[in-house]
Design a protein around this ligand. Structure first.
Ligand SMILES: C[S@@+](CC[C@H](N)C(=O)[O-])C[C@H]1O[C@@H](n2cnc3c(N)ncnc32)[C@H](O)[C@@H]1O
Length: 166
């Protein structure tokens, strides 16, 4: 291990630990729940992130009866990750990219490659988790979509309550 890795605490979580942590959350229903969004504030080179992504994907694949493209596209919108060390961002993005490309099981069109790369640029960013990530997470596409749905739900609940009162 290099001095830089030791100084910055760059010791990555083994997959079995990440898997046990995910199990503690409550299983596949939690991972695939439409309303849940996952945040890895200090993602390093993506070692922990990729396990989270794989588990979300597996849960969504079961939910969508083996529909790979549906499960994968939703997976890519279901997380946000940040990391302070800019040199670790490309390997973190590359891990998720390679996972997506492998799961698709066919050659990706240029357009699909662009969409995946663009999404990963927005969902894995070089940011200081203590200062910037909370604002960033709220402006990333997956989180914005969730917030829109939550607003809609609140509105229809309010309308239903008002209707019941009248
Ligand atoms: C112990 S590693 C863990 C990486 C990953 N979460 C894992 O478990 O495999 C900690 C990482 O946090 C990063 N880091 C430290 N302070 C940070 C901050 N304020 N914002 C974002 N990342 C930070 C370090 O650069 C390092 O890569």
């Amino acid at each position: 291990m290099s001095n830089k890795e030791l100084e910055q605490g760059q010791i990555f979580t083994p997959p079995w630990v990440t898997n046990e942590m995910l199990d503690l959350l409550g299983g596949d229903d939690v991972l695939s729940d439409h309303e849940n969004f996952f945040f890895e504030p200090t993602c390093g080179d993506g070692q922990m992130l990729i396990v989270i992504v794989e588990r979300i994907y597996k849960a969504l694949l079961a939910k969508y009866d083996g529909d790979i493209e549906k499960a994968l596209s939703e997976t890519l919108y279901k997380f946000y990750a940040s990391e302070l060390d800019e040199t670790l961002i490309p390997p973190a993005r590359m891990r998720v990219w390679q996972f997506a490309a492998k799961e698709i099981k066919r050659e990706l069109s240029l357009f699909e490659q662009y969409l995946i790369a663009h999404q990963l640029q927005q969902s894995i960013e070089c940011r200081d988790a203590l200062k910037e990530s909370i604002d960033a997470i709220h402006s990333c596409p997956g989180m914005r979509a969730l917030k829109r749905e939550e607003l809609k739900r609140q509105k229809s609940k309010k309308l239903a309550t008002e209707g019941a009162i009248k």
